[in-house]
Structures are given as structure tokens and as C-alpha cells.
Design a protein around this ligand. Structure first.
Ligand SMILES: NC(=O)c1ccc[n+]([C@@H]2O[C@H](COP(=O)([O-])OP(=O)(O)OC[C@H]3O[C@@H](n4cnc5c(N)ncnc54)[C@H](O)[C@@H]3O)[C@@H](O)[C@H]2O)c1
Length: 395
């Protein structure tokens, strides 16, 4: 279905992500029906939308009458039948649980017209599997927004094994119409682009800390003040939520094996104590008095090139798997996490041979798969594609 035909939409789940996505759709002029398990949650979701629209009015980013019209385009219901009737597009943002997602997809499939596209906002789960719960797997895809959806510019559009190109094209155009920058994940790989690369960089930091090579404050100081990243890896893990980082870590390990060998000793005890980070007040850091202070004087404790090495390696694996191209990988990391540079452009500037050398050095030292160079990097370097200095690298 072409984007011009898309008029009526539904959002399943009115929580942290669902209400934000509903707001984006309504702002772009679409009729939206939000579905949740009870009216109280739906009302809460709508109140959050109103609060956010009021902020935009206050900051003069939208006019009061447009905010009112946006709010008026949002309907609430607990009935899938009512929500799915006549829709052209639905997206689900229910909790990250495959059985629940499959149930939602099979219900949506039974109530929505056969032409409607059904999308998932999942952070990591298989789009292909969700598609199999429907009779229209060609019209099922991932549309992964970042939190808060109203403000974050990135959307990962994910192709399941049976998703057709028309669906991907329509969702790519839809993301643009919502004011977002879409990146395409061509294969249904776990972690897509952003969470997969973040997973790699977190693990390098966790293992370095676990081996006693650096303190968490030292790693974070080096990453922030020397590396120029907006947050240190421990600070970011706390911000994302250690429960989520832990679950995503397990999924990445299941998907990619030893390359994502979890550093259980570092994260599991905190998760077991329900110290999930910012949202619970404590994680790696104490957040009860605000953002943790990362001491400036530790900025040389950790070698940030190690972070870059595993990051570039994982980007190379994404290319190896034919899951994404360098432009989309770089855009994903810059817009999804505010990195100062994407891994591929960083590698081209630094030299792929230099990155490869670093990985080989780390692999020889620790004998861990996470440092084993991806064949794509080896191949590029052997062909003289060493980056900017050679005129060709990832780009
Ligand atoms: N929170 C984030 O930072 C973030 C970012 C990107 C993607 N995601 C993904 O988005 C999805 C939703 O996450 P969230 O943080 O918004 O969760 P949330 O818990 O805030 O909201 C989920 C909502 O779904 C509702 N729900 C549960 N079962 C339902 C059902 N059967 N029918 C209708 N509604 C139902 C819940 O009542 C709740 O309101 C997950 O897949 C998550 O991985 C989350």
C-alpha cells in the first residue's frame, strides 16, 4: 500500500512508547486509535500526550489550535475490533514478550482489513516470528522508535524474512512524514543496528571492568572526556535500564554466540537486587541526587580505542550479514545515541588497518571472540581499502 492511501491508524499499548508514537501519527494528521487493556491506562496515555503537546505550544513549536486538533484525532478503546476496523496501519508497543506480541499480531490480523500494514516497535525480537502469527507476513515489519519518540530523530525500519519491499518503502516514507530519519535494517537480525552495536561496546567495558583493568568511573571518564561520547558506558547502561540491557544481552548471546559472551558477574547481581539504574534510583551509580558525577581526572584510565575497535568490528559484521549499509549504521549510532561519529566514518578516518591491528592485539591478549576481526575488515584491509588515506574504506 502506498503512503498516500494510509489514513486511519491504530497504536496498541499506550505506555512509554505507544503514547509517543500515537502523538506523532496524530500530529502528522492521521486518525489514531490507541488500544490498551483498560481505560485508566488509556487516559494516562492521553494525558501524557496532552502534556507533551502543551510543552510544544509553550516552546512555540506548534500552535495551540494545532495541538487541540492533534488531540482530537486520538481515540481510545479497549476493543481490538473497534480499533482495527477500517485501519490502514497499526503499530504495537506492548511489553517486550514474544508470546504477547504474537497474540497481538494474530488479533490485529483478524480484525484489520487485509491491505493494512502491521508494525512492531520491538527493540530486539524477531519480526519474522511476529509475521508468522498473521496471514499477511509480507505486510509485517519493524518500526523501531527511540525513547522519547516525540523527540528522538531515528527510526529503524526492519524487514522480516517475508516482508515485501512495498511495505518497507511505505514505512520509510511514513517515518519521514513523522519528521524522522529512517534507517533500513535489511535482515531480521537481533539488536537491529543500534542495540547490537551498543551491546558490543557495553560488553567490552564490562569485561575490562571485571578484569580489573579500569574502574567504571575511569571507563566513563575516558569515554566522555577523551572519546567525546555524550555518556560513559556504565552511565548509559544505567540510563537505558540494567534490566533491559541484561535481557538484550541474553538475546544477543543467543543470536551471535561467543562474540556476545555476557559478563554476568558485573550486571546480574544488580539486576537480581532490582537495581536497574536511573529508574530505580540505583544501578552502577547512585541516581538519587541526579546524574552521577564522572570525575574528570580519570580521563586516561581506559583506552577508548578499544570501544571503537569492537564497535567497528560489529559494524563490519552487520555489513558481512548484509543487514545494513555503512551510511545507515553511522546515522543510526549518531541519531539513536548522539555519538560524535558513526563507526564506519570513524574507521575510515582512523584507518581500517589501525582498527584491525587493535583488534588483533586484543584478540591475542584475551582470546575472546568479541575481538576476533570480522572477515569483512580483513578483506578490506587486504585489498588496500584502509579508509580515507587510501581513497576507499567503508565508504
Ligand atoms: N521504553 C523504551 O525506551 C523503548 C524504546 C524503544 C522500543 N521499546 C519497545 O517498545 C515496546 C513497548 O515498550 P514501553 O517501554 O512503551 O512499555 P510500557 O510498559 O511502558 O507500555 C506497554 C503498554 O502496553 C500495554 N499492554 C500490555 N498488554 C497489552 C495488550 N494485550 N493489549 C494492549 N495493550 C497492552 C500495557 O498496559 C502498557 O500500557 C517494547 O517492545 C519495547 O522493547 C521501548
Amino acid at each position: 500500500m502506498a503512503l498516500e492511501k494510509l489514513k486511519k491508524t491504530a497504536v496498541v499499548g499506550s505506555g512509554a512508547m505507544g503514547h509517543g508514537i500515537a502523538q506523532l501519527l496524530a500530529t502528522a494528521g492521521y486518525e489514531v486509535t490507541m488500544v490498551d487493556v483498560n481505560n485508566e491506562l488509556l487516559q494516562k496515555g492521553k494525558e501524557k500526550i496532552k502534556w507533551s503537546l502543551d510543552k510544544f505550544v509553550e516552546k512555540k513549536r506548534i500552535r495551540k489550535e494545532d495541538a487541540d486538533a492533534t488531540l482530537a484525532r486520538i481515540n481510545l478503546t479497549t476493543s481490538f475490533e473497534q480499533a482495527g476496523k477500517d485501519i490502514d496501519f497499526a503499530i504495537e508497543a506492548v511489553p517486550e514478550n514474544m508470546d504477547l506480541k504474537k497474540k497481538v499480531f494474530s488479533t490485529l490480523d483478524s480484525v484489520a482489513p487485509s491491505h493494512a500494514i502491521l508494525a512492531s516497535n520491538t527493540s530486539t525480537l524477531s519480526i519474522t516470528e511476529m509475521g508468522k502469527a498473521t496471514k499477511r507476513p509480507d505486510k509485517v515489519a519493524g518500526m523501531h522508535f527511540f525513547n522519547p519518540a516525540q523527540l528522538m530523530a531515528l527510526v529503524e525500519v526492519i524487514k522480516g524474512d517475508s516482508t515485501n519491499q512495498e511495505t518497507i518503502n511505505t514505512l520509510t516514507e511514513l517515518a519521514k512524514k513523522l519528521g524522522k530519519t529512517p534507517v533500513i535494517v535489511r535482515k531480521d537480525v537481533r539488536g537491529f543496528i543500534v542495540n547490537r552495536i551498543l551491546g558490543a561496546v557495553f560488553l567490552e567495558a564490562f569485561w575490562s571492568f571485571h578484569r580489573g583493568e579500569a574502574t567504571k568511573e575511569g571507563i566513563d571518564a575516558s569515554v566522555k572526556y577523551t572519546g567525546g561520547f555524550p555518556m560513559g558506558w556504565f552511565e548509559l547502561a544505567d540510563f537505558v535500564g540494567l534490566d533491559i540491557a541484561y535481557e538484550v544481552g541474553k538475546i544477543l548471546y543467543e543470536a551471535y554466540g561467543e562474540r556476545f559472551k555476557p559478563c554476568t558477574e558485573v550486571i546480574e547481581p544488580l539486576v537480581k537486587e532490582k537495581k536497574f539504574g536511573q529508574k530505580t534510583g540505583v544501578g552502577f551509580y547512585d541516581w538519587t541526587k541526579g546524574r552521577p558525577r564522572i570525575p574528570f581526572n580519570l580521563l586516561e584510565e581506559y583506552d577508548v580505542d578499544r570501544s571503537w575497535a569492537v564497535t567497528v568490528n560489529e559494524a563490519a559484521w552487520l555489513i558481512h550479514d548484509d543487514a545494513a549499509n555503512p551510511e545507515d549504521i553511522d546515522t543510526g549510532m549518531k541519531l539513536g545515541t548522539y555519538w560524535p561519529s558513526g563507526p564506519c566514518e570513524h574507521a575510515d578516518r582512523t584507518g581500517l588497518d589501525v582498527i584491525l591491528g587493535k583488534l588483533k592485539e586484543l584478540y591475542a591478549k584475551y582470546n575472546m571472540e568479541m575481538y576476533k576481526p570480522c572477515p569483512v575488515l580483513e578483506e578490506y584491509v587486504s585489498k588496500g581499502r584502509t579508509g580515507k588515506k587510501a581513497g576507499r574504506g567503508f565508504y
